[in-house]
Design a protein around this ligand. Structure first.
Ligand code: ATP
Length: 235
């Protein structure tokens, strides 16, 4: 479905991705794990068109997509739920959700998806008219997820969805990620919380300094001694 082949990306003189190859099959939940600065966020930003690769290929259903604009990538069904949530703080919850559907023209579908989001996230319904910046961190994360889903994507990419949230909210976020996947969406998730990410996913890629250094099923990576030592406190 999505394939990155030998993708290199740089910020000026800093090469953040050094020939990354990875693949997602329809319906999979794939995690990208690795230390800070490994290049995980850069990989997501490159898929969503915010960054352009210097070299390499990105294909979606076999069609090249590197070089397309972010909105063209969104239109093809790839949504990005960015690190730090990035809700529009001065817009209301409802307006933030509407932004997620900006490229859609099926108003009846948008209205029914909005109701579906409110049913799934009752707090967002209660706060529909409130400025998004006044929500708690957990509520903002739910809003960011719901906003991404409002585009009706086939692939949704979550960047650090659990970052900075209280443990009970983290659990909720991960159960939403699983729910989204059970509904048939393909999910690519970047997570610092390697234990949770590996327990949830079908497959994972471990990144170090711009390279994929290991790939396997979640269970394989959970059981590998170097992953355990580096990311799971040797447990
Ligand atoms: P984190 O969890 O900290 O976001 P990450 O694995 O997602 O880590 P990236 O954010 O992709 O890592 O960063 C990869 C490399 O690119 C790092 O060396 C980082 O310092 C560098 N980098 C990231 N963003 C920029 C930027 N806007 N300008 C210059 N260098 C950057």
């Amino acid at each position: 479905m999505l394939r990155l082949e030998d993708v290199t990306v740089a910020y000026g003189r800093v090469t953040a991705l050094k020939g990354v190859s990875l693949e997602l099959r329809e319906g999979e939940l794939v995690s990208l794990i690795g230390a800070n600065g490994a290049g995980k966020s850069t990989a997501l930003k490159t898929v969503s068109g915010l960054l352009r690769p210097l070299s390499g290929r990105i294909t979606w259903d076999g069609e090249p997509i590197s070089g397309l604009l972010p909105r063209e990538i969104l239109q093809r069904g790839i949504a990005h739920c960015p690190e730090g949530r990035r809700v529009f703080p001065h817009l209301s919850v409802r307006e933030n959700l509407a932004m997620g559907a900006l490229l859609r023209t099926d108003s009846a579908g948008i209205a029914s998806d909005l109701e579906a989001m409110y049913a799934r996230f009752p707090r967002l319904k209660e706060r529909a008219a409130q400025a998004a910046g006044t929500l708690s961190g957990g509520e903002q994360q739910m809003l960011a997820i719901a906003r991404a889903l409002m585009s009706r994507p086939r692939l949704v990419m979550f960047d650090e969805p659990s970052l900075g949230l209280a443990p009970n909210i983290v659990e909720q976020v991960f159960s939403i990620v699983q729910e989204v996947r059970r509904e048939g969406l393909t999910v690519l998730m970047v997570e610092q919380n390697a234990l949770a990410a590996l327990s949830l996913c079908d497959r994972a890629y471990l990144m170090e300094t711009g390279r994929v250094v290991r790939a396997g099923t979640g269970t394989e990576l959970l059981e590998s001694s170097d992953v355990r030592e580096a990311y799971l406190g040797g447990r």
